[in-house]
Structures are given as structure tokens and as C-alpha cells.
Design a protein around this ligand. Structure first.
Ligand SMILES: [Zn+2]
Length: 415
């Protein structure tokens, strides 16, 4: 295609990851043409809007595959007494009933906008679902989606409380079905917190099949090597013939298995087509509390899983709440952790928070070629490595071919 074809938006003089400097023309939400830039400032050439992005690198837009927007930004109000997972659950559950749909929605929207400013154009949030909280988190996040759905894609996963099976779990399971009927997108759950994990995995797959939804479960979020429900999940997916997408988030305990066990489980996970989401921030925060000698990092064995053919995305998980009091809602922070903790290359790490995350979420990947979805993050940096390391504030975010966020920072220093 010609660079002179009329288009909606031109991203001019922007650097690609291969170092070339190009003009990217966007029309009807997709890339229309990519041409090498000429000398001098970017010009209109029939474009409705032109951005001169000299000094910026253009990246496929990040996606956040695992957030908890109904919990976000509560760290100063609900203080985790122990710093570990059970402490977080305890303080959260004892305060959660007091939260209203309006309060949750306002906080969740603030968190969405933080993510959006950092470049995220699609986000999957897990939300509380239980007899106690009913559909309040679902209603709140659906209201947020109504407010900001033109700026960012939001997927809502029902994280059903335990117990979710048996007589004692009937009311919680009913609440999950209620939220699915309301229109949430993904069946969630937390098998490792159940007395008997396997039946809760079966129930999740059955509900997902009935409603035609994907599954995304919190799996094995513990350093206890005796817990390895990922094996059950993979086998149950294979045996049931479940045809939807299945994602296992966390998979912490796989990281403390012997290498041979890791390889076997990784091969089974690949055979089942189950994707894995690594969540370095919350794992580092919650796991190995009180262990002073050689504390485990809590990260799933990324390399072993990828070598077996498992799609491994990475996410930020909790954002300044009792489960992780830190976090900036910045995919470049997650990518940096995947470099430092997961020992990925910068390109692999960035892919884990962008195109692999998109794929795991069932979204079309993004490329630099004509026809690609126009989902981009432009960052003021000279290379991808520099972008991840420096995480510059200056960013332009493009979603469905439109600029949906722009941040420009000013530095003032005396001579
Ligand atoms: Zn989570």
C-alpha cells in the first residue's frame, strides 16, 4: 500500500524494534501502510491526524492478562497483618462486605486509567464472586466497562470463593452462575484453596462449557511442593475434551519441583493446550515470607514451560492492595521483572506482556504490517531494552486506531 493513501492517523518518524524509522498509517482501526520515513518532520500526506513520534519506539500494545480491579488501590485502607497470602485473604474477606458497587467501580476505573496511561489496551480482571458479595463486583466492573469500553477492552473473570463445590459450596457456585448470566466473560476459581481441588476444576470446566466461556484459574499459588493441581487441570481438560481456552495463573509450586517433574508437567500442560500466566510481582511479595535463607522467588519455571510449547504470558496481578502493596500498573515493570526474575531476554519479556498476553486472552496479535490491529504503545526510548529498563513516562497509546492516552513528562533541573 502507498503511504499517501488517506488515513485516519499517521504515526510519523517512529522507530520499530529492528531500528528502522517509519511512518505508520492507520485506517479503520488497522494498519493501512508502513513506509520508511523521509527527511524532516512528519507530514500529513492525507492523514486526518499526524503525530510526529521522533525519539519514540513503537511497540505492540501491552495487554494485562491478570488483574484484580475490584481490590486495586486499597493498600492503605486494608493492611495485610502477616504479609502473606492468607493474611491478605483474611483482611480482604473481613472488610469486603462493606464495599458498595459505586465504590468498587470508582476505584476500578481509576486503576483501569492507570493501566491505560501505561499502554495497556486490553485487561482481564478477576473479580470476587461469592454468596457473601453476590454480584456486586461483577456489577461494578460491568459499569466500568460501560464507562471506558471505548478506550480499552475489559474481560471479567469470576473468581469464585471457596468452597465452590459440595453442599457447603453450593451458594458460592450459584453466585458464579449468577454473574455468568449477568454477562461476565471468564470462569475463574482458586482450586488450591479448596479442601478437594479436583472437583472444583471439574465444576469450572462444566460451567465454562455450559456458558461457552474460557477458564482462567488461580493454580498452585504456594511453595508447598505437595500441591500440584496443574496436573489435574491438564488431565481433566484432555479427558473432558473441553474446547474453550484454558489458562492457569501463577503455577508457583511447579517452580519448586525437581527438573524432571517440571518437564513432565510442562509437556502435559502443552498437550492440554493450557496457557500459563506468570505473575512475578505478587509472587515475590507474598511467597517465602519469613524465609531468610535462600528464599524462593515464587515464579513458575518459565523456560521449562516455554520449551515444552506452553504459551507463557506475564501479568501484574494485584495493584497496591493487601495482596501486593506495590505495583504501578505498568507492563514495563512486569517485563523488567520477567528479565530479572524470569531471566528472559527483553524481547521475550516484552512479548510475554503484549502479544502472548493478547493470545492467551483470545485477542488477535499485533504486528507492524498492513492489516494488523492498530493497538500500539509508543514510548520515548531508543530501543526495546531501554524502554523496559527506563520505563519512560512519555507514552502514546493507540487503541482501535485512535489515540486513547498520551503522557508527557517535564524535567526541570538547575544548571
Ligand atoms: Zn490473581
Amino acid at each position: 500500500m502507498s503511504g499517501n493513501t488517506p488515513c485516519d492517523l499517521r504515526l510519523g518518524r517512529v522507530r520499530l524494534t529492528d531500528g528502522s524509522v517509519v511512518d505508520v498509517d492507520i485506517r479503520d482501526g488497522r494498519v493501512a501502510a508502513v513506509t520508511l520515513s523521509g527527511p524532516g518532520p512528519a507530514t500529513a500526506a492525507g492523514a486526518t491526524e499526524v503525530l510526529d513520534l521522533d525519539g519514540y519506539i513503537l511497540l505492540p500494545a501491552p495487554a494485562e492478562p491478570h488483574a484484580h480491579l475490584d481490590k486495586a488501590l486499597t493498600a492503605d485502607v486494608f493492611v495485610n497483618p502477616t504479609g502473606d497470602l492468607m493474611g491478605a485473604i483474611e483482611v480482604w474477606r473481613s472488610n469486603r462486605p462493606d464495599l458498595t458497587v459505586a465504590e468498587i467501580a470508582d476505584r476500578a476505573e481509576a486503576a483501569v486509567r492507570i493501566n491505560l496511561a501505561h499502554g495497556i489496551t486490553a485487561i482481564r480482571t478477576h473479580i470476587d464472586v461469592s454468596e457473601m458479595v453476590g454480584t456486586t463486583s461483577a456489577e461494578a466492573l460491568m459499569a466500568v466497562r460501560d464507562r471506558v469500553g471505548h478506550l480499552i477492552d475489559i474481560q471479567i473473570a469470576g473468581l469464585v470463593s471457596t468452597p465452590s463445590v459440595g453442599d457447603s459450596g453450593r451458594a458460592n457456585r450459584r453466585a458464579l452462575v449468577d454473574t455468568l448470566e449477568l454477562g461476565i466473560d471468564v470462569v475463574g476459581g482458586c482450586p488450591h484453596l479448596e479442601d478437594d481441588p479436583a472437583p472444583s476444576i471439574v465444576a469450572a470446566l462444566e460451567d465454562a462449557a455450559r456458558f461457552g466461556r474460557p477458564v482462567d484459574l488461580h493454580m498452585d499459588e504456594t511453595l508447598d511442593p505437595g500441591v500440584l493441581d496443574l496436573v489435574d487441570l491438564a488431565r481433566l481438560v484432555i479427558d473432558s475434551g473441553f474446547e474453550g481456552r484454558v489458562t492457569a495463573s501463577h503455577c508457583v509450586s511447579l517452580g519448586v519441583q525437581p527438573a524432571e517433574v517440571q518437564r513432565e508437567v510442562a509437556a502435559l500442560t502443552a498437550e492440554a493446550g493450557v496457557a500459563v500466566i506468570a505473575l512475578p510481582q505478587t509472587n515475590l511479595f507474598l511467597q517465602a515470607r519469613g524465609v531468610t535463607v535462600s528464599p524462593a522467588r515464587g515464579l513458575t519455571p518459565v523456560d521449562t514451560l516455554r520449551e515444552a510449547g506452553v504459551a507463557v504470558a506475564a501479568g501484574a496481578d494485584n495493584l497496591q492492595d493487601p495482596f501486593n502493596t506495590m505495583g504501578r500498573g505498568d507492563p514495563l515493570e512486569t517485563a523488567a521483572l520477567m528479565v530479572m526474575v524470569g531471566h528472559m531476554t527483553p524481547a521475550e519479556a516484552y512479548d510475554s506482556v503484549s502479544n502472548t498476553a493478547r493470545t492467551v486472552m483470545g485477542l488477535e496479535p499485533v504486528g507492524y504490517e498492513a492489516g494488523s490491529p492498530a493497538e500500539f504503545l509508543a514510548v520515548r526510548a531508543g530501543s526495546l531494552r531501554e524502554a523496559i529498563a527506563s520505563a519512560p513516562a512519555d507514552r502514546v497509546v493507540v487503541h482501535r486506531g485512535r489515540v486513547v492516552s498520551r503522557t508527557v513528562a517535564t524535567v526541570e533541573q538547575p544548571d
